[in-house]
Design a protein around this ligand. Structure first.
Ligand SMILES: Nc1ncnc2c1ncn2[C@@H]1O[C@H](COP(=O)(O)OP(=O)(O)O)[C@@H](O)[C@H]1O
Ligand code: SF4
Ligand SMILES: [Mg+2]
Length: 336
């Protein structure tokens, strides 16, 4: 049994006061997404900004109610739980955000930030929680005596360690990491990614790792799910990513990862503008930007299909890349 099983999950937001929106229109932020997360796995979720990654992350953690679809955690349907059960569940699922500063209350000491979730759930006595705070700080590579300091006294990387300590204090089973290293220096990014990797092993965690940065995703993940305009277009093992990716969008993302200049890699360069989410293209949503689009692509939506390697494309590229889409390799050693 998979730890997490998500079926046709959807979230539509009313377009509301968006410019040029007609009344009653909605943004299909997540539009029929299905995937599984295995115990101990890191599933990477990658795609351009606005494609629905964070919304999907929040849905999975039950922080938002889905418009449709189902979420099964260890065999239990958790899609719409009563409040008291939801509270128990929240302990098992935590999130780490990108901006490590705004997610930490500047007026709270580090010790009180990390102990707060444990106090809420009364996991131990006051003294017990104090010891646990020290233990968590050590776990994330910080000195125990910093518990009395405030967030502004730390660097971005250290603040992200504090965030990680808080998220892991309750010993969750699933952690959604939403762009956890995107605002950090490249050298620091590698440290935090390595820390997350180690903690996954030692604490037996499972991650959904969200980023617009394919290099970071492929460094930490076991499998990668590629998202485009609210839908998954390809899911494959990270090992196969460079050589066997078959969706033209995945290949374009790969080609956009610069080899020599990791500092500039935040700019995802896929040909053409991302389309308006209020007016998604007909057929395959990627067709206006796809180098191999054909008539069928404008009218028929390709479904995500396959068994282990899933792809949603009428003309999925052969694994030998005979269609000539350039593959830009990248240097993983930069991240080590
Ligand atoms: N609370 C919300 N209300 C209305 N629209 C939203 C809300 N949250 C996200 N969206 C829209 O949903 C789409 C997906 O957003 P998001 O999940 O944040 O994407 P990503 O994390 O991939 O950048 C975007 O078009 C965004 O503007
Ligand atoms: S279905 Fe057509 S437009 Fe969509 S990715 Fe495949 S080839 Fe390109
Ligand atoms: Mg986001």
């Amino acid at each position: 049994m998979s730890l997490l099983e998500v079926t046709r999950l959807a979230k539509f937001y009313p377009a509301g006061n968006r410019l040029f929106a007609r009344s009653g229109e909605s943004i299909r932020a997540v539009d029929g997404v299905s995937f599984t997360l295995e115990r101990g796995e890191t599933l990477g979720l990658v795609g351009e900004s606005g494609c629905g990654k964070s919304t999907l992350g929040r849905l999975v953690l039950c922080l938002e109610e889905p418009t449709a679809g189902k979420i099964i955690l260890a065999g239990q349907d958790i899609t719409r739980l009563p409040d008291n059960q939801m509270r128990k569940l929240r302990r098992k699922m935590q999130i780490i955000f990108q901006d490590s500063y705004s997610s930490l209350n500047p007026r709270q000491t580090v010790g009180s930030i990390i102990s707060e979730p444990m106090e809420n759930y009364r996991v131990a006595s006051k003294q017990g929680i104090r010891l646990k705070v020290e233990e968590m700080l050590a776990t994330v590579g910080l000195e125990p005596d910093i518990a009395s300091l405030y967030p502004h006294e730390f660097s971005g990387g250290q603040r992200q360690r504090i965030n990680i300590a808080r998220a892991l204090a309750l010993r969750p089973e699933i952690v959604v990491c939403d762009e956890p290293v995107s605002s950090l220096d490249v050298s620091i990014q590698a440290q935090i990614l390595n820390l997350l990797k180690e903690l996954k092993q030692s604490l037996g965690l499972s991650y959904i790792f969200i980023s617009h940065d394919l290099a970071a995703v492929s460094y930490i993940s076991d499998r990668v799910a590629v998202m485009y305009m609210g839908k998954l277009v390809e899911v494959l093992s990270c090992r196969d990513l460079e050589k066997k990716a078959r969706h033209p969008y995945t290949r374009a993302l790969l080609a956009a990862v610069p080899r020599a200049e990791p500092r500039r890699r935040a700019q995802v360069a896929v040909r053409g503008e991302a389309p308006d989410p209020l007016n998604p293209p007909t057929g395959c949503r990627f067709h206006p930007r796809c180098p191999i689009a054909a008539e069928k692509c404008r009218t028929e939506e390709p479904l995500l299909s396959g068994t282990i390697h899933l792809v949603a494309c009428h003309f999925a590229l052969g694994e030998d890349h005979s269609h000539g889409v350039a593959l830009g390799g990248y240097n993983r050693s930069k991240l080590r």
